[in-house]
Design a protein. Structure first.
Length: 320
């Protein structure tokens, strides 16, 4: 094996460890606001990665993934505000209830495919959203739930950041294992050719349903982290517009790559904070980003660099 090939194999791992080390010491050098933004970027990256499991690796039109994010947020908030249960139970229930919601919606939608699947899921997600939006006595209605009493050990900016970092790294590790497991390979085969996969004995619906449930589980965990960082939950966390933003984040980073959604989420979170200082028309900027993305980077940022790297490796091999 050539030295360049060995270097290309180990380079991503080196970058990941350097990045984790930088994230671990970041609060020591950054202002509180940027520490908060980093925590927000991490949990949003986990959310978009959970979306990318059924979307990018499963080929399903997951149009209302935010509903699972909102379910996790409300589960933690209601547990901490309106019950005497231990706080840790709220963080355990958040991904479980989100996964159950994904299971119910998946059982209804998984019989359909492509656009029909996406439209039915969008309708079911909107139904959950309107219940939360109108149930004033329980969810706070359109006002949401604010001032959630976060446990003191993770209530500070640094405490919530490190909690978010630890949970995000753990969840991303599990998702990486899932994507690269035999199940993940079969899921990608279903994405590329569901008819051929079914012809060789693969249960296409079951594999897709598992992807939906896993995506809902980790989206619920991201929702729990959001409450830890923000101290509130509100109906917009379940809106279809947020789901659209998540899809754009996946496309921006590269929806056929594992770390692409995390990169796309980080870019969008920091751009939103930067643009929000100068104008309130953030959605216009998002539309411009989407148009530029479609024209110039259809494979996303990481997808582009992967293609460029493969081209460079091929050219060097031909030169030898």
């Amino acid at each position: 094996m050539s030295a360049s090939r060995v270097e290309s194999n180990y380079l991503p791992t080196i970058f990941i460890f350097v990045g984790l080390a930088a994230l671990a010491v970041a609060p020591m050098f950054l202002p509180r606001f940027f520490t908060y933004l980093l925590a927000l970027a991490l949990l949003t990256g986990l959310l978009t990665t959970s979306l990318n499991l059924p979307l990018g690796f499963g080929g399903m039109y997951q149009f209302h993934h935010a509903v699972f994010f909102g379910m996790g947020s409300y589960t933690v908030s209601l547990t901490l505000m309106k019950s005497s249960l231990p706080p840790v139970l709220g963080y355990v229930l958040a991904p479980i209830l989100s996964a159950l919601l994904a299971l119910v919606m998946g059982l209804i939608c998984v019989r359909l495919s492509k656009l029909y699947f996406g439209m039915l899921q969008l309708s079911l997600g909107s139904l959950v959203w309107i219940v939360v939006y109108r149930w004033y006595s329980f969810t706070g209605g359109d006002d949401g739930l604010h001032g959630v009493p976060i446990p003191s050990i993770i209530s500070s900016v640094n405490g919530s950041y490190y909690f978010t970092l630890i949970v995000t790294v753990a969840c991303m590790s599990i998702l990486y294992f899932v994507v690269n497991s035999p199940y993940g390979r079969i899921l990608q085969a279903i994405r590329d050719n569901p008819e051929r996969s079914a012809s060789v004995g693969v249960d296409v619906r079951l594999h897709r349903l598992v992807a939906l449930v896993l995506g809902g589980f980790f989206a619920g965990m991201a929702g729990a982290l959001f409450v830890t960082v923000e101290g509130s939950a509100f109906p917009d966390l379940m809106s279809w517009t947020l789901s659209l933003e998540l899809i754009i984040m996946c496309l921006l980073g590269g929806w056929f790559t594992f770390l692409g959604p995390m990169l796309g989420a980080t870019i969008i979170v920091f751009l939103r904070a930067l643009i929000g200082v100068y104008t309130e028309f953030w959605t216009m900027a998002l539309a411009i980003i989407l148009m530029l993305l479609i024209y110039f980077l259809p494979e996303g940022v990481i997808g582009y660099f992967q293609r460029f790297g493969r081209r460079s490796t091929g050219d060097s091999a031909e030169a030898r």
